[in-house]
Ligand binder design. Structure first.
Ligand code: ASP
Length: 380
């Protein structure tokens, strides 16, 4: 009897254990199932983030006020440029998720006064590499506004793709009341993911405008409407969610450009010398002595130069330095004049001195012949 009772108890115990084990297996299976569902959920979320119906836009960050911050929200001038990393900048505009699959990459984090030729080359090469990838539909470059037009024009001349490239900055740091960076970035991504933006060359957006890199310039030290394209106008506008294009850049750029930096390790040194009353020849001599291969003169009016400046410039030409006459006037064309033929100078067309410098660096990668260089100023 005791044996029988023992056997029953043992069976009950075994059954209970089996039931228990079964339940826990079921629970295990269930939790495995759940975790599978979660994984799927996560994957689905990942796929949603990489939404196939949206464009893939890469944001290359270089620094500037758009990544600038200060302790005070009313401090719109004494902040530090390039304080925030690109992930923080992107995270501050969660609405980007609705318009594109955006990923960021930090190429540099400097104030744009410190963008140098090495950084220009690094950025251009990376842009070309990314645009070569079928997965990338467009590029946004975040940049300080002080020299933004120089980088934008450089990219306009050396990018080898018709996919949209938009350079964006902001006049107010991220920490300021009414910072303009988040909306400018949103606009840049919106433009870069717009079909009509293809083939327009490198574009610049701030303050709701879309400009060609060829014509845009910074015109005011602090105001949010600083970037203007006064004579040639903007190529488009962005209002709410609507991106509208009205004009095309007419000069050669991107896929039509003959400038190729893929194998270039260093750009030739080109300096800008200002023209002013009582300017002296020695500044030209000094630039040539220091190794300038080209000099852009930010001359007065329609590129007029003093007798002293002409002496300095003609001596430079004798040493194979290319002289380009541009204007400090801020607008208008520097016309090709007799003095250019006489002294073998080049006139800059409507390029301001800082953009004339960009084109001269690239021209010098091809030729030192002033006549040939002149043709570039007529085409680009
Ligand atoms: N100094 C800053 C820069 O160019 C100004 C700006 O971004 O607005 O980086």
């Amino acid at each position: 009897m005791t044996k029988w009772l023992g056997a029953v108890l043992l069976s009950v115990l075994l059954l209970a254990t089996a039931a228990c084990a079964n339940t826990s297996t079921q629970e295990n299976n269930q939790s495995k199932q759940e975790s599978k569902t979660n994984e799927t959920k996560e994957k689905t979320t990942a796929v949603e983030t990489g939404n196939k119906s949206l464009s893939n836009i890469k944001v290359l960050a270089t620094g500037g006020t758009i990544a600038g911050a200060s302790d005070s929200d009313t401090d719109t001038t004494g902040y530090k440029s390039g304080s925030l990393g690109i992930d923080k900048v992107i995270a501050s505009v969660p609405q980007l998720k609705n318009i594109a699959n955006v990923t960021g990459e930090q190429v540099a984090n400097v104030g744009s006064e410190n963008v140098d030729n090495a950084l220009l080359l690094k950025l251009a090469k990376r842009v070309n590499q990314l645009l070569n990838d079928d997965q990338v539909d467009g590029i946004v470059v975040t940049h300080g506004t002080d020299t933004l037009e120089e980088t934008a024009y450089f990219l306009h001349l050396v990018v080898k793709s018709d996919k949209p490239v938009v350079v964006v900055g902001s006049m107010r740091p991220a920490s300021a009341i009414s910072a303009d960076g988040p909306l400018n970035l949103y606009h840049a991504v919106k433009i870069a993911s717009t079909k009509e933006a293809k083939g327009k060359g490198v574009m610049v957006t701030l303050n709701d405008r879309i400009a060609s890199a060829r014509f845009i310039t910074k015109t005011n030290t602090t105001t949010t409407d600083s970037f203007k394209s006064l004579e040639q106008g903007y190529i488009g506008e962005i209002a709410g969610e609507v991106v509208s294009f009205y004009n095309e850049p007419t000069r050669k750029h991107t896929t039509e450009s003959e400038f190729d930096v893929s194998k270039i390790k260093e750009l030739p040194q080109v300096d800008i010398l200002y023209g002013y009353q009582n300017d002296q020849k020695y500044v030209y001599d000094a630039a040539v002595k220091a190794g300038a291969k080209g000099i852009v003169v930010a001359a007065a009016g329609n590129g007029t130069m003093s007798t002293e400046a002409i002496k300095g410039a003609t001596d430079a030409v004798k040493k194979d330095v290319v002289i380009v006459r541009s204007s400090r006037a801020g607008n208008g064309i520097v016309t090709h004049e007799k003095m250019d033929d006489e002294h073998h100078f080049v006139s800059s067309d409507s390029l301001n001195p800082q953009k004339a410098r960009i084109l001269l660096m690239l021209a010098l990668t091809k030729t030192k012949n002033p006549d040939k260089v002149q043709t570039y100023y007529e085409q680009y």
